[in-house]
Design a protein around this ligand. Sequence first.
Ligand code: AMP
Length: 275
Amino acid sequence: MMVARTRGELAEALARLRGDGRAVALVPTMGALHAGHLELVRLAAGHGAPVASIFVNPTQFAAGEDFARYPRDTDGDLAKLAGAGCAAAWLPDVAEMYPPGDATLIEVAGPALGFEGAARPTHFRGVATVVAKLFGQVRPEAAVFGEKDWQQLQVIRRMVADLLLSVRIVAAPIVREADGLAMSSRNRYLSPAERAAAPALPLVLQRAAAAVKQNAGAALEDAVRALREAGFAPDYVALVDGPTMRPLPAAAEGARLIAAARLGAVRLLDNIAVR
Ligand code: AMP
């Protein structure tokens, strides 16, 4: 696996991949990689030479969030990426991504409004900005994003459509632990007791996904109650139109059940299709 830490090294790595006539499939990450990220790399391999970026992006963290203490494990990450068949890793530093005097951010509305956009008002602007920069640097034919961050995936699709970018966005299904908890770099912050309680979130969503077909309002209320009983402080449980993130009054084609709930200091996200 090639490892690029400067723009020059990235250009060299991309030239080598493209010289072999290969398309490039980008997997943007913030590192602290787990099996979920590695599935994205494997999926990317079906669309081109997988190139993973590792960059903890300051602009998607608000003041007081965990930017400084976000888990970082570059050596471990590189070993995992190589093991998963990644062709190249791109590890830019902050000055590379945000040149001195930088004055450009990408404003996103539509699917970025509400839910995570309400809880973290500058978050998706930071995500969209850094993903656009990564697309500009790597110019991938495809890019893979996880359904774990459902709203983020919709924001990226919207941005690609609106900025007329010619990158194919590939969605990767959520990778879960054996007990159903969606894998996340932040799961390591759960205490043993919290970790034991955490699988209630996917379980409650699974039940609610069946119940919303009868009575959506009652199903969402029941879900919030069940999460509280399991020790969570729910931020939201909502039924939305998958691509637009607009709340739905009843189950419909393309509906998604999304939830965010805090367990102690850790905020967990999950979502499930309503079929
Ligand atoms: P992150 O490093 O948290 O920014 O995540 C990088 C990418 O991995 C994003 O597209 C996430 O949606 C995706 N991802 C993270 N966890 C999972 C998971 N458990 N299953 C599928 N994709 C995931």
